[in-house]
Design a protein around this ligand. Structure first.
Ligand code: UD1
Length: 417
């Protein structure tokens, strides 16, 4: 179990460089299964989810070279099938992309029911609906999902819920299907566009990514390509929130400001100063924070992944704030830990009511999931005294060198095994 010790009270100052987007990277690595040629993926974040996906590919016979920390050279030509290792798959949400990619290349894939953060029931019925529409048979037996098809034929697929994972998975399965696939009510998140760009660079014909209708004309074969992952919207948002919470002054570099508009707008509503440039954002604080209400929504709304870190900032803002979580029903597990640190937050179902307090106090707390861990780090940075966060392995799944980056910004933070 990995722990983190933070001595709070230091204002974050300086510049932080944002890494490649976790949620894009974890789709791009499995997407390399779709070609027998070599793919080079650059600007990969150094996080355990990416490492685990690389290991899963190696276990399936692929060559995965990582001569530089942020670059993977992947050659899946030796892969004969896509039956992913049970233990790795069940620890990781993104293992579901082995289904779409394996189906696309081998017309068959077998993967353990995906794991990932415990933030709600997280069904995959929309993924299954998409695979079946393309002509695949899907069976679930003893926790293992098998998808197989004689051939894949393009189809019109209407998503009953807007799902990032299902949209990407259907794109992966459809790029080499016969004819045209139309995904209606598709997710529009930035990483959907990044995956579509990667597939097009491989020779696919995907149009409309970033809107709610994606059209995919099937091609017979994909080639290798070189692609750099887009900057991590959620990592950038987390540093924006941490800079504001510590009343610091931080330049957040290597971002796409457009992807951060919902966070920028909320911070400005709170009276935080946010200045946007072409590929950076400066966050500083000169006035007391006002509390605000936040509703998580699909992109371009406020991302559910930043709701948890944001609640640590609202915990010390003047007045009452309300968070409504509309995406995942179990995403308030961090609240009990924040209250242990002196926050005053009540939850009922999908709503959290936050009465701002003057300060938080260091305490022993535990990360229950990836973004809950990020929320506790923000809280620890502002709390009086020392905070110990247990279960940091969740955080290392998604934040590239977070301890080093925060240290560089002036935080007193140390990881302990
Ligand atoms: C992805 C992200 C996660 C982010 C989430 C929402 C990855 C690896 N993870 O998760 O960080 O919080 O998007 O932006 O990219 N749903 C169904 N049926 C399905 C699929 C989803 O009902 O088949 C529901 C989910 O329970 C949830 C909502 O749709 O309520 C959105 O889920 P989805 O966008 O699929 O999230 P993930 O892909 O799991």
């Amino acid at each position: 179990m990995d722990k983190l010790l933070i001595k709070g009270g230091h204002k974050l100052k300086g510049t932080v460089n944002i890494s490649g987007f976790k949620n894009a990277a974890v789709a791009l690595v499995p997407a390399t299964i779709l070609t027998e040629e070599t793919c080079i993926i650059e600007n990969l974040p150094n996080i355990s989810d990416v490492k685990d996906l690389g290991d899963m590919l190696r276990n399936l016979g692929a060559s995965v070279l990582q001569n530089q920390k942020d670059v993977m050279e992947i050659d899946t030509s030796n892969m004969k099938e896509c039956f992913a290792d049970f233990d790795s798959a069940k620890n990781l949400r993104a293992s579901y992309y082995f289904l779409g990619a394996g189906l696309g290349r081998f017309k068959k894939a077998k993967v353990a029911y995906p794991g990932g953060c415990s933030i709600g029931s997280r069904p995959i019925d929309q993924h299954i609906k998409g695979f079946e529409a393309l002509g695949a048979k899907v069976t679930v037996d003893h926790g293992v999902i098998t998808v197989e098809a004689e051939k894949l034929v393009g189809a019109d697929i209407y998503m009953d819920v807007v799902s990032v994972g299902a949209t990407i998975n259907i794109m992966l399965a459809a790029v080499m299907a016969e004819g045209t696939t139309v995904i209606d009510n598709a997710a529009k998140e930035p990483h959907i566009v990044d995956v579509a760009n990667f597939l097009n660079c491989m020779g696919a014909n995907v149009r409309g990514a970033g809107t709610d209708v994606i059209k995919i004309k099937g091609v017979s074969k994909l080639n290798g390509c070189r692609h750099a992952v887009i900057p991590d919207q959620i990592e950038a948002g987390t540093y924006m929130i941490a800079a504001a919470a510590t009343k610091g002054n931080v330049l957040i570099n290597n971002v796409i400001p457009k992807h951060l508009e919902s966070i920028t707008a909320k911070l400005r509503e709170m009276d935080v100063d946010v200045i946007e440039s072409d590929d950076s954002i400066r966050v500083s604080v000169t006035k007391p924070f006002k509390n605000v209400s936040i509703k998580t929504l699909v992109y371009p709304g406020f991302p559910t992944d930043l709701q948890q870190p944001m609640s640590s900032l609202l915990a010390i803002a003047e007045g009452t704030g309300i968070i409504t979580e509309t995406i995942f029903e179990g995403r308030f597990k961090h609240v009990a830990e924040l209250n242990r640190m002196g926050a005053n937050i009540r939850t009922e179902g999908r709503i959290a009511v936050i009465e701002g307090v003057k300060e938080l106090m260091g305490a022993k707390v535990s990360a229950t999931d990836l973004r809950a861990g990020a929320a506790l780090i923000v809280a620890g940075l502002i709390a009086k005294g020392e905070t110990q966060i247990d279960n940091m392995q969740y955080v290392y799944r998604g934040y590239h060198e977070i301890v080093e980056k925060l240290t560089e910004l002036g935080a007193e933070i140390r990881s302990v095994k």
